[in-house]
Design a binder for this molecule. Structure first.
Ligand code: HEM
Length: 224
């Protein structure tokens, strides 16, 4: 009922009268079809087994970009000092800023589009862990690149995105602050890496041990 009253106040009563319906179930079905036909979106009104194509595209784009940028970060810090190393650092920073922009887009999308419900057999503690992991990951999608950007600014290396778009320094140039922000960026990146590992392990467990089809919602070509 909450979904109906939020989406179409008064519509339930009017529809009952209009269609001469006596049973609430008929009026409910009527409203549901009318709302769907008008394109209304509400998690209660549009249950679906799989994610939308946009959600799937944003998920895999972000996943590949984050894993690649993380791995590249680990690789580049051990390179000997050289012009090539500076170029690698720039590519890492540009990719990180692209992830920041993609995360903003993804968060806006996510706020307007509820995900499909979790499998009904999933225990309450797993639901809680799943929600907590997703919230923390979203937080880190922003915190990791912002900390990297702040570190770069404090160290006196302003970011020029893909060599074209100069980005503002949002902390002052300060060697002490840079020393502080460097381990912050690294620590947050490692925390994100650990959560990604947990996220992947949980998805694989659901798909191949519990066999509840959780992963197929994000990879529709997989069978349950
Ligand atoms: C989601 C995006 C990002 C991820 C996952 C990520 C991950 C990492 C990782 C794993 C390292 C290696 C840490 C270590 O072992 O010492 C690193 C280093 C670094 N990152 Fe990022 N990073 C991201 C975004 C950014 C951004 C946006 C910037 C700057 C604009 C940046 C600047 C740096 C710099 C300068 C280093 C080298 C630190 C050093 O010299 O030790 N990162 N990053």
């Amino acid at each position: 009922m909450l979904g109906i009253s939020l989406c179409a106040p008064g519509a339930f009563r009017d529809a009952s009268k209009m269609a001469g319906m006596n049973r609430q179930a008929d009026a409910f079905t009527f409203i549901l079809h009318a709302a769907r036909a008008s394109g209304a979106r509400h998690p209660f009104m549009s249950p679906s087994a799989a994610y939308s194509r946009t959600a799937i595209a944003l998920h895999w784009l972000a996943g590949v970009a984050i894993i690649a940028t993380f791995s590249f970060g680990l690789y580049m810090v051990d390179l000997p000092f050289s012009p090539a190393r500076i170029r690698q650092y720039n590519w890492h920073k540009w990719a990180g800023i692209a992830i920041l922009a993609l995360s903003a887009l993804r968060l806006l999308w996510r706020l307007r589009h509820a995900p499909p419900p979790l499998p009904s057999a999933m225990p309450a503690w797993q639901r809680r862990v799943s929600h907590a992991t997703h919230h923390l990951m979203y937080l880190l999608f922003f915190a990791v690149p912002l900390a990297g950007w702040a570190y770069s600014s404090a160290a006196g290396f302003p970011v020029v995105w893909f060599g074209v778009l100069p980005l503002p320094d949002w902390v002052p140039r300060d060697a002490g602050l840079a020393e502080l922000l460097k381990p912050v960026h690294r620590g947050l990146a490692y925390a994100l890496g650990a959560l990604v590992v947990l996220h992947v392990a949980a998805a694989l467990k659901h798909q191949f041990v519990d066999r509840d089809g959780l992963l197929s919602r994000m990879l529709p070509f997989l069978s349950r």
